[in-house]
Design a protein around this ligand. Structure first.
Ligand code: GSH
Length: 205
């Protein structure tokens, strides 16, 4: 059985939860409080020296950190990561885009707005982060206005990766309603087999 060191509100952790469920894996989650020092304990740092969730514990006792690495590991050999060399690289291209040009703005503003008290230092950076977040959403909209999926003609881990924080971008103050291509893509993702929402957790049965 897999164990996911998780945070229920985290989009990064949701990526792993969603794919584990869609692949039909038996797994349990361990909720980690990322605000009270729990990610800096020696026990946690032994699992992930970077001190962040998600971390996936494999049945052989090894651990894998970084949400997108977890997606690649789980999707390997499945339809969620296509076999064609160029398509696989295009999936990675969107996943690197997510970590460098999307998540640091879209996810961070959600965290500041929804979970933290915005300090004057944060408020001073808000406008820059919002511009960069909108730039990332514009790029996604361009792709999704003429294509059903980010890569090729099927749902892949690129879609899971970018769906995670885009579908809750409104919680960070982004006007997602202006992006009709993205809104239609949300609906396609939500109607995939075994889709579960960000609030879902395995029952532990
Ligand atoms: N690049 C990492 C980012 C993970 C990340 O930022 N995790 C946050 C929660 S969403 C966290 O654990 N923060 C706790 C901390 O920094 O101490 C990934 O994609 O997994």
């Amino acid at each position: 059985m897999f164990t996911l060191y998780d945070q229920s509100t985290s989009g990064n952790a949701y990526k792993a939860r969603l794919l584990l469920h869609q692949l039909g894996h038996d797994f349990q989650t361990v909720e980690v409080n990322t605000f009270d020092g729990s990610t800096r304990t020696p026990e946690f740092l032994a699992r992930n020296p970077v001190g962040k969730v998600p971390v996936l514990a494999l049945p052989d006792g090894s651990h894998l950190a970084e949400s997108n690495a977890i997606l690649c590991y789980l999707a390997d050999g499945t339809a969620f990561w296509p076999g064609d060399k160029m398509a696989r690289a295009q999936v990675l291209s969107w996943m690197f885009f997510e970590q460098y040009s999307h998540e640091p703005y879209v996810a961070v503003l959600r965290s500041w707005t929804k979970y933290l008290n915005m300090t004057p230092e944060m408020a001073a950076r808000e406008s820059e982060l919002r511009d960069r977040g909108y730039a990332a959403l514009d790029i996604m909209e361009k792709q999704l206005s003429y294509s059903d999926w980010l890569v090729g003609d099927s749902y892949t881990i690129a879609d899971i990766c970018l769906y995670a924080y885009t579908h809750v971008a409104d919680e960070g103050g982004f006007e997602i309603s202006r992006y009709t291509g993205i809104l239609r893509w949300f609906e396609r993702v939500r109607t995939q087999p075994d889709y579960v929402p960000i609030s879902w957790q395995p029952s532990g049965d």
